[in-house]
Every structure is written in structure tokens, then in C-alpha cells.
Design a protein around this ligand. Structure first.
Ligand SMILES: [Zn+2]
Length: 734
């Protein structure tokens, strides 16, 4: 348990329902964590029901999950995906819808005709797949068509007919009024927020969606059919909505937005909502799912659930920490009302009326939820906290809230490349050592400095902030007497003031990395050690190694704050190994990277440099050098002129030490296959890059070989002609 390193998981195989509204889902993370829980049996509580995919994966891997899900849309999503419809089922529901009538017209041609336009390519009449609108002019400006004659997506400017057709639908129509009233009555105080949410649809979309919705609300369908129609509609509601507010507070909202064709959105449901998975047991509290795995949904708030949990044996708590997503909640209220009416939407009223749905508010909400669970949790229970799409604010909010709720932070591991943070917690009774006199700013600085010193190279902002949080909560932060409204903005400011230039920290915006001016690049920085371990593993194992085993091996050796970025591990693999074909992605050492062959390469280059040097009248001396590196020095008249370091690896750190033992002109001779890796390392490590740029030249093996063929007096001038940074074949300028 204690050695649990970062879990990388896998990229999602396909698009999942409501994807852009939900926290990014990384498969095979939560199940990997659950698998190493010490005691089998018991319920796993997911207090934040905002990530249906994670809950479903946990249940499918054989655990009994209990989760309060307050939002009816998310509940519906979990229920639907636990028994995913087959393409046949959903397809026949869509076909039935297509051939149903509105008045005398069939539904499909009617909806398609709302978007009828001339194909920009051939002029044929077709139904546009989308229109792009300008927020400024409030009119469509561009259309995308896939006409039956051309077959391809073509874009073109809209005609005056297209604009007129779009503007024929107005916000004061009876449909619009109905779209509001299905969620909130005209005199309802939250009507304003509902109107706001409705602004994420064009009036034409509202008309089209409600024409289809009438088929659901206006007839008495069997339960099975109702459910399939609800799935189709929910997907269309989602696809046809526009973002109401930017996701991050600093993001600007785009000037343009797309109006999707409602019928095509309905058709798309088949590709996104259907699945082949076995049906997963779903129960409603207090009925528990079977021990073989399933989900128990509590259709309310965690606060109402907790008093009922006294007889339940909780095995663990898994927190997918939420982010403030007011627009998703507003849309959820809209969709709930549309599908199931005002009463069903009522539980979302309180969320709609929150005025400041910001980070301090959310921090407080997380803390309240977690402290209520903590009350009933025995001590020593391991808990897992996921931070999807991790950013500074979500990191600070989650760690401070859970700590203040009484959980002991065990470790944080994160990868800025995957934008994934993983936090490990243990429940404990009583409050651990509070040291209210601690100087939090000092702790932030020291933790950041120590991490950089340990890594021996720059680290990402999230890693620096994360390591600071570990120190802070170990010293009792945030303390009992402060509210998130006070401490959250102060904490952000403390970080900004202390991980800052005036405290000696150097920021590199290109990589979002930091370094400290009192530190010197290490001779064995972490990235060099990662490279070394990957090579050792590849050499030791002759067979292809599954990629996940390689990552696991490296994460084991570089745990928590030192978790290497995915980009570094991949750069190392691409430099030394090749992917082998097969079901599981595996890597094998490239034949020319075999250590025996590399030893021969080194000897060959050494021999060539010896010959050329002597030919040019130098005395060539072999000096001592670290590892297998060969250091040749060319000397003339008793003074050293040039130093050549021949190396098979990309470990540059250890050569920095040699600066004082070498001639003024220094060259590092490397295999060309290191170019990508070196490029990556130098980009992540500007201080190292600067040292190399000022005092060293990088040359490829192949360049030495070419020069050895040509020879000639101006050898040293030609060393620069095949720049190392790019591996593109250069013209033979020599
Ligand atoms: Zn066409």
C-alpha cells in the first residue's frame, strides 16, 4: 500500500456520453488502485457522483459501490451505461421515431428540412450538418454540409436564405415558453437562471428538440421504448447545446459557436451510447448490489445518506474531486425538466440559485462532505483522490479541503502531461499535530527548493505546488479557525508570492517549469536516471516489454513528487527502442542499440578521431571520463585544443563535471537516435540548455563518420554542419 506509485491508466478507447461536460476519464486508474486494497469485501463509497465512468469501471472490476448522485441526469447516465443498449435496439427506436408523424409529415424529413440549404460544392439541396454562428451578429455565418452527391464534409459561407431560415425561429415562440415552463413555472425565482441556460440553444434547436420531445411526452410508450427515446433525446440535448460560460475563469469565450443538426445528433447517439458490456447490477439505496460488483445509487445528497450508514462496513472512499461547473448544472436542470418535468428538476433548484459557484465555495462543499463521512469512518481506512484535468486551483482546493476534514495525506503523485493527479489518504481519528505557529510561506519555499534540489533539474508548477501542499498539511494547514473563503485566496497568493523570482525561483513559461538560482544543474538529474533505468530494463529483457510494465517499473523507482512525466519516458523509449506489433503495445531495444554494438561504435569513433587528430598534427590523449564515455583530447605544443566526449547515451548531466578537466573547445559525440531525447531534455531544462549552448558542441556519430571519409585540414570548422537538434538528414556540405 505504502509503495503505491503513480497509476498511468490508459487513454479512453472511444468518446463517451456527455464527455465535454464531465471530468476527463482515464480508464484503468481506479480499478488498478482498488485492486491493491488490503482487505477484500465491504462497500466503496464514491461521495462525489460527478464522474459516472469512474464509478462504472470500479463496479465492473468487481466492487460494491455506493454513490449519492443528486443530479438526475448523472443518475440516468449511470443507469443507462450499466445496461448499455445495443445498436439494434437504439437503431430501431430511432427508425420508429423517424417514421412517426407530426401532423401529416414524417418526423425525420421534417427535422432535416429545418436545415435545408444548397451544398457549397455542387449546389444540390441538402440538410446542413451544422451552422456556425457569430455571438456578435447573432446570425449564422458559415455552414457545413455532407450532401449525398459529394459525400464529403464541405464548408461554405451562408446565403441570405440560410440566415432568413435560421432567424425565422424566435425566442418569443410558444415552444420557447414551453421549454422554460417544463423546468420552472413563470413566477419561479429560478426562472431567470433557466432562461440563461436556455440561451445555450438556438431557437431553431429548441423548436427541433421539442418537436422530437413531444413524441416522448405526448404518448404512452412502454418503459423500454421510453428509455431508449430518453437516451436519444439526452444525447441530442447535449450535442446541440453551447458552452454558456468559459470553463476556466481566465479563458475567454469563443466568438463563434456551432448549431448542430438535431436529427444528425440523434443519429450520432448510436455510436456513443451503445455498448457490448454485460449488464451491471444497479440498486437504489438501501438495497445493496451483489458482492460480485454493482452500484447502489442514493438519489439525494450525501448529507442525507450518512446517518443511514452506521451499519455499513466501508472498505474505502474514492473521491473524484469536483470542479466548479455551473453551466453543466444549469444544463442538467434544463435537461431534467425537459425529460421528466418540473418536479424532477426541483432537486437542482438550490444549485441553480448559488451566486458564487467558485473555488472557495467548492472547497467548502468538498470539506463539508468529507468531514461528514469522516465522522463515520473507522481510522486507518485507505482512501484515493483523483484530480482529473488537474490545475493549481483544483490541487489546492482538494488537498486543503480533505486535510481540514480530518484525512491524513499520504502522498501526491501527478503528471502534468496527462493532467492527472492522484492523492492517497488515510482516515484518522483526532486531529494530528497542529502547529499553528508555522510560517506557511517558508514551508512553501523550502518544499519547492528541496524538490528541485532532489530532482537536480527544473520541475513543473504543479509538482512544485503539490510538494508545497504536502509540507503545509503535514504542519496542520489549513487549521481549524479559518474558512476557505479566507484561506483559499490567501493560499494562492502565498504561492504566487513565494514561488517567485524575488524568492530566487526562476520560471520558464515555455515548459511551465521552475528552477532556483541558488542551484546548479545536477550531474545526475532525475531525467538522466530515468533514461538509465529504462535502458537497463530494455537491455536486461531481450523480449518485448509491455509499455505498461515499463511505466510501472519507472513509477515504482520514482514515486510521488518525483513521478516522471509521460513525455520523458516516451522520449527515452523512442530513442532506444521500437514498438513491436501485437495486441498490447510493447517496446524492444532497437538492434543498433545493443550494448555490444554500441561499444564497437564508440571504439570506431574513437579510432577515427585519433587518426584525424594525428593527421592534423595533434597529439591525441585519452583522458578519464565517467561511465563508458571516452574522452579524447587533441593537444598541440603542450596545450590542449579540443576535447571530444564520445557517449552512447543521452546522459549529459555527468559531462558537465568534465568542463573543468577538458579543453576550451568541447564536443559531445552521440548517436543520432538520441536527438529527440536530447531535444526533449534541453527544452525541459533551460539552465542545462544554456550551459551546453555556451560551452559544448553536440555532434552525431554519422557526422564524424562522414568527415572521416573526407578528411582535410578544416575538420574542426565542419563539426557544426550537421546540427544535433534536428535529426533530418543534412545535405553533404562537406
Ligand atoms: Zn454536394
Amino acid at each position: 500500500m505504502n509503495n503505491q506509485p503513480f497509476i498511468r491508466g490508459e487513454p479512453p478507447k472511444s468518446i463517451y456520453p456527455l464527455q465535454t461536460c464531465l471530468p476527463a476519464y482515464r480508464p484503468q486508474v481506479v480499478s488498478a488502485w482498488l485492486k491493491q486494497l488490503p482487505t477484500p469485501g465491504g462497500i466503496i463509497l464514491f461521495p462525489f457522483g460527478g464522474s459516472p465512468q469512474v464509478v462504472l469501471e470500479a463496479a465492473r472490476s468487481g466492487y460494491q459501490i455506493l454513490t449519492p448522485v443528486h443530479n438526475p441526469i448523472l443518475r440516468f447516465l449511470i443507469e443507462s451505461l450499466a445496461h448499455p443498449p445495443s445498436k439494434e435496439e437504439l437503431g430501431s427506436a430511432l427508425a420508429k421515431l423517424a417514421s412517426s408523424y407530426k401532423g401529416k409529415e414524417r418526423l425525420q424529413p421534417l427535422i432535416l428540412s429545418l436545415y435545408e440549404t444548397d451544398c457549397p460544392q455542387c449546389g444540390e439541396k441538402t440538410s446542413a450538418s451544422s451552422f456556425t454562428w457569430s455571438r456578435i451578429t447573432q446570425e449564422p455565418v458559415q455552414k457545413t454540409c455532407r450532401c449525398s452527391r459529394c459525400g464529403e464534409d464541405t464548408q461554405g459561407a451562408v446565403s441570405s436564405d440560410d440566415i432568413q431560415k435560421a432567424l425565422d425561429f424566435q425566442e418569443n415562440s410558444p415552444t420557447h415558453a414551453r421549454a422554460l415552463t417544463r423546468v420552472a413555472a413563470p413566477d419561479d425565482p429560478i426562472r431567470f437562471q433557466v432562461e440563461n441556460a436556455l440561451g445555450s440553444y438556438t431557437p431553431r434547436s429548441v423548436y427541433a428538440l421539442f418537436t422530437v420531445l413531444n413524441k416522448l411526452t405526448g404518448s404512452n410508450l412502454p418503459a423500454e421504448e421510453t428509455n431508449l427515446l430518453e437516451i436519444l433525446l439526452l444525447h441530442a440535448f447535449y450535442r446541440c447545446s453551447q458552452p454558456l460560460d468559459p470553463l476556466g475563469q481566465d479563458d475567454e469565450i469563443d466568438e463563434f459557436y456551432r448549431e448542430e443538426n438535431v436529427w444528425f445528433a440523434l443519429e450520432e447517439t448510436l455510436d456513443i451510447w451503445c455498448g457490448e458490456e454485460d449488464s451491471l447490477p444497479i440498486t437504489t439505496w438501501p438495497t445493496l448490489p451483489p458482492q460480485s460488483g454493482g452500484i447502489c445509487l442514493f438519489p439525494g445528497r450525501i448529507r442525507e445518506l450518512i446517518p443511514q450508514l452506521s451499519d455499513i462496513q466501508l472498505q474505502s472512499v474514492v473521491m473524484v474531486f469536483p470542479k466548479p461547473t455551473p453551466s453543466f448544472w444549469a444544463l442538467s436542470a434544463l435537461w431534467t425538466g425537459w425529460l421528466w418535468g418540473q418536479e424532477a428538476a426541483a432537486p437542482l433548484r438550490s444549485i441553480l440559485s448559488i451566486k458564487k459557484f467558485d473555488w472557495p465555495w467548492l472547497t467548502k462543499a468538498i470539506e463539508l462532505t468529507l468531514s461528514e463521512i469522516h465522522e463515520i469512518l473507522p481510522s486507518g481506512i485507505p482512501c484515493f483522490g483523483l484530480l482529473p484535468e488537474i490545475e493549481i486551483k483544483s490541487l489546492l482546493a482538494a488537498v486543503s479541503a480533505a486535510s481540514r476534514a480530518g484525512y491524513k495525506l499520504d502522498k501526491i503523485a501527478l503528471d502534468p502531461d496527462l493532467l492527472l493527479g492522484e492523492t492517497y489518504w488515510v482516515s484518522q481519528k483526532g486531529i494530528f499535530d497542529l502547529k499553528p505557529s508555522s510560517d506557511y510561506r517558508e514551508l512553501i519555499r523550502t518544499a519547492g527548493f528541496n524538490l528541485l534540489q532532489e530532482a537536480g533539474e527544473p520541475k513543473h508548477t504543479l509538482s512544485i505546488y503539490g510538494t508545497g501542499m504536502i509540507s503545509l498539511v503535514a504542519e496542520g494547514f489549513p487549521g481549524k479557525d479559518q474558512d476557505p473563503d479566507q484561506y483559499f485566496p490567501q493560499l494562492l497568493k502565498d504561492y504566487e508570492d513565494n514561488i517567485a523570482y524575488r524568492q530566487g525561483f526562476l520560471h520558464y513559461p515555455d515548459s511551465e517549469n521552475w528552477w532556483h538560482q541558488e542551484l546548479k544543474p545536477s550531474s545526475s538529474p532525475q531525467s538522466d536516471m530515468v533514461e538509465q533505468q529504462i535502458v537497463e530494463l530494455l537491455v536486461k529483457t531481450n523480449n518485448p516489454i509491455p509499455e505498461r510494465d515499463i511505466f510501472q517499473h519507472i513509477y515504482q523507482n520514482f514515486p510521488t513528487q518525483l513521478t516522471p512525466r509521460e513525455g520523458l519516458i516516451l522520449a527515452c523509449l523512442e530513442s532506444y527502442a521500437q514498438i513491436t506489433p501485437g495486441l498490447i503495445s510493447s517496446w524492444q531495444l532497437k538492434p543498433n542499440e545493443d550494448p555490444g554494438r554500441r561499444v564497437k561504435d564508440l571504439a570506431e569513433i574513437e579510432h577515427q578521431l585519433l587518426e584525424i587528430g594525428e593527421e592534423l598534427g595533434y597529439t591525441v590523449n585519452k583522458k578519464s571520463a565517467p561511465g563508458r564515455v571516452i574522452h579524447l583530447q587533441w593537444e598541440k605544443n603542450g596545450s590542449s585544443q579540443s576535447s571530444f566526449f564520445i557517449s552512447a547515451s543521452g546522459l549529459l548531466g555527468r559531462l558537465l563535471e568534465e568542463q573543468k578537466n577538458s579543453a576550451d573547445t568541447r564536443w559531445i559525440i552521440l548517436p543520432g537516435s538520441r536527438a529527440g531525447l536530447i531535444h526533449y531534455k534541453l527544452k525541459q531544462n533551460p539552465p542545462l540548455s544554456e550551459i551546453i549552448e555556451q560551452g559544448w558542441g553536440l555532434v552525431k556519430f554519422r557526422h564524424i563518420r562522414r568527415l572521416a571519409e573526407v578528411r582535410g585540414p578544416n575538420f574542426l570548422d565542419r563539426l557544426d554542419l550537421d546540427p544535433f537538434q534536428s535529426d533530418s538528414p543534412q545535405l553533404p556540405l562537406i
